[in-house]
Ligand binder design. Structure first.
Ligand SMILES: Nc1nc2c(ncn2[C@@H]2O[C@H](COP(=O)(O)OP(=O)(O)O)[C@@H](O)[C@H]2O)c(=O)[nH]1
Ligand SMILES: [Mg+2]
Length: 461
């Protein structure tokens, strides 16, 4: 029996050198010498059946450049929920969602600081987001792609990044066919040049090479993307597949406001740096802290449970959306005077003396507001130095505003502002009674029945 081993080893070694790819080897080289029979037979087995490597798919996406920060957060949730489902499909288990860099959003008006190509880690806690699904920063994708393309010997270093399929989505002209909204997609001729679609990615890595470019009218929820990938993509998943979804805001939620939505939303904890700056501000100005305010904030979002007993700090927060809302939505946006009257009424009703203002208004308007509310303490967050502004940037300051508002005893927001909606959600997660959260400014202070924002309570199961 023993005399057979050298022969088996030789045959096996021969087969191995013939092996299609080192990835089909089932053992490390040192194991091979210890247990070569197992290695050999397993390696042959894997050659005959499926490859032993799992295909890796990268899904990159971008949003229409004119969209603001808080709608982009919502688009992320659509993609993240889709990603979690996709990773359960055979052959897609190793799919990663590549996060688009944040670049010069048009609301970021501080033009003396660099606001290009900011990472998601600047705003959010990526480790926490990864407890929901596999997401990576654009830079990591470029590194992984390069490692793969050079490591396999098929490409030289610093070659362009290949996007196998690029889908540019647009809406259908008529969303209701015979009065009915149905999920559908169809390929259309491409007319516009590509370069403007993905400014963030393109600036980070100018050399994208696109194998197949599809312009697609798309109507439906994120799961419909799977059918689109199946229809236009290769029959078998290749070792590495890169897919780019342009104008991802066209894609709808599978189920807005359901448990999946809320899990993805809860996983979007803010970056620790921003949280600690906001916490310091709260403590200093309002003597407010998580323990004192009885909000729910376990270390991990996965430990959150239904809870409605948050009390919040001894202050009211008002989100006053100004800037483009003053002309775009002048029928629903109150004047400063009217907003001040509404704030004052609430402060008196609740017996509070302090108010935090979150707003995109200039300093002059803030001073006017303070004048209208002279009997109360009125504060807003401003970076303490130029260096801190450089560090936080407009987007970081906006998040600090949102964190502080989410901890107030009572919150009033602006009608149809996604910035306000994200604060509602944060307060739902922290566990406030609904009536302390879902409040909306009216255009006129005397109006009692004005149109209010929708109430979307948190779902746990
Ligand atoms: N710092 C700060 N920025 C704000 C505030 N409200 C609006 N902004 C800025 O204006 C942008 C508003 O755009 P978006 O996020 O789309 O929210 P929406 O337009 O209100 O639905 C935010 O992303 C911020 O950059 C605020 O209260 N504080
Ligand atoms: Mg907006």
């Amino acid at each position: 029996m023993k005399s057979k081993w050298p022969l088996v080893a030789l045959v096996c070694l021969f087969l191995r050198t013939e092996a299609i790819d080192y990835r089909s080897w089932s053992c490390e080289p040192y194991e091979f010498f210890l247990d070569f029979y197992r290695c050999c037979s397993e390696s042959k087995l894997s050659e005959r059946s499926e490859p032993s490597w799992t295909p890796t798919t990268y899904v990159l996406y971008e949003v229409n450049p004119s969209e603001g920060f808080n709608l982009r957060r919502d688009v992320y949730i659509r993609m993240a929920v889709f990603m979690r489902g996709l990773r359960r499909m055979p052959g897609w288990e190793n799919t990663k969602l590549v996060l688009p860099p944040w670049s010069e959003l048009h609301h970021w008006r501080s033009n003396t600081i660099n606001q290009r190509n900011l990472t998601w880690g600047h705003f959010f806690d990526l480790e926490s987001m990864r407890k929901f699904t596999e997401v990576i920063e654009a830079e990591q994708f470029f590194r992984e792609f390069e490692r793969w393309s050079t490591g396999s010997g098929r490409h030289e270093a610093r070659k362009p990044v290949s996007i196998n399929e690029y889908y540019r989505l647009t809406h259908f002209d008529d969303m209701f066919e015979n009065g009915v909204f149905v999920d559908k997609f169809e390929q259309t001729p491409c007319t516009k040049a590509l370069t403007k679609d993905a400014p963030g990615f393109m600036r980070l890595h100018a050399t994208f090479e696109i194998d197949d470019f599809y312009c697609v009218r798309f109507q439906g929820a994120a799961t419909l993307l799977y059918s689109m990938f199946k229809k236009f993509g290769p029959e078998r998943q290749p070792e590495i597949r890169t897919i780019f979804v342009g104008n991802a805001e066209v894609v709808l939620h599978d189920h807005w406001g359901n448990v999946d939505y809320w899990e993805a939303r809860r996983s979007m904890r803010f970056s620790k740096t921003l949280v600690s700056i906001a916490d310091e501000f709260r403590l200093h100005n309002f003597n407010s802290s998580n323990e004192r305010d009885r909000v729910q904030r376990p270390t991990s979002w996965t430990d959150e449970r239904p809870y409605r007993k948050a009390k919040g700090g001894d202050f009211l927060c008002a989100h006053l959306r100004r800037a483009d809302f003053l002309y775009g939505r002048d029928k629903t946006t109150p004047t400063l005077h009217s907003a001040a009257a509404q704030i004052k009424k609430k402060l008196l009703e609740l017996g509070l003396r302090k108010v935090y203002i979150s707003s995109d208004c200039p300093g002059m308007e803030f001073n006017d507001l303070k004048n209208y509310l002279r009997r109360f303490k009125v504060v807003r967050f401003t970076p303490e130095s130029r260096a801190q502004m450089d560090q936080l940037k407009d987007g970081g300051v906006a998040i600090i505003d949102q964190i502080i508002c989410s901890q107030a005893r009572y919150f009033i927001g602006t009608y149809e502002s996604t910035f306000t909606y994200r604060i509602y959600e944060e307060r739902e997660i922290l566990g406030f009674p609904r009536d302390l959260t879902f409040n909306t400014f009216c255009k006129h202070e005397e109006a009692t029945n004005c149109e209010k924002n929708a109430v979307w309570p948190i779902q746990y199961e």
